[in-house]
Design a protein. Structure first.
Length: 119
């Protein structure tokens, strides 16, 4: 799968599982870390784990497995590294504190992955 396809599939899975504030940022031109960052918010630590598990399960079905997963123990921020796509799943307080949108404000936001218009 191409990075854009991974990002699209992940964003849709997150939306299906009721993640909020989903943002897909193209960071290809500003970092070597990845091509896309996906940021979203969960409503609870249980929801955070559900989102993490579902993204991994559905992408594995498409032949994509993460290189690394961090944060399961913290319960407020989980990072799933698929190489070209890095997903940041937060509780709202943690997302507000770290404010990755500000840090990556030069990234191009990619729209159109989620059809309901809430993000």
């Amino acid at each position: 799968m191409q990075p854009i396809e991974i990002a699209k599939m992940a964003a849709r899975v997150l939306d299906d599982k009721k993640a909020t504030g989903i943002r897909v940022l193209e960071v290809t031109d500003i970092t070597v870390l990845a091509d896309y960052f996906i940021l979203c918010t969960a409503t609870s630590s249980t929801h955070l784990k559900t989102l993490t598990d579902e993204v991994q399960f559905r992408l594995k079905g498409g032949g994509v497995t993460p290189h690394h997963v961090e944060g399961h123990m913290s319960g407020n921020w989980i990072l799933i590294d698929f190489g070209s796509v890095v997903i940041h799943l937060f509780l709202q307080e943690t997302r507000d504190f770290y404010d990755l949108e500000r840090l990556w404000r030069d990234a191009k936001e990619i729209d159109g992955f989620i059809d309901d218009g809430k993000d």
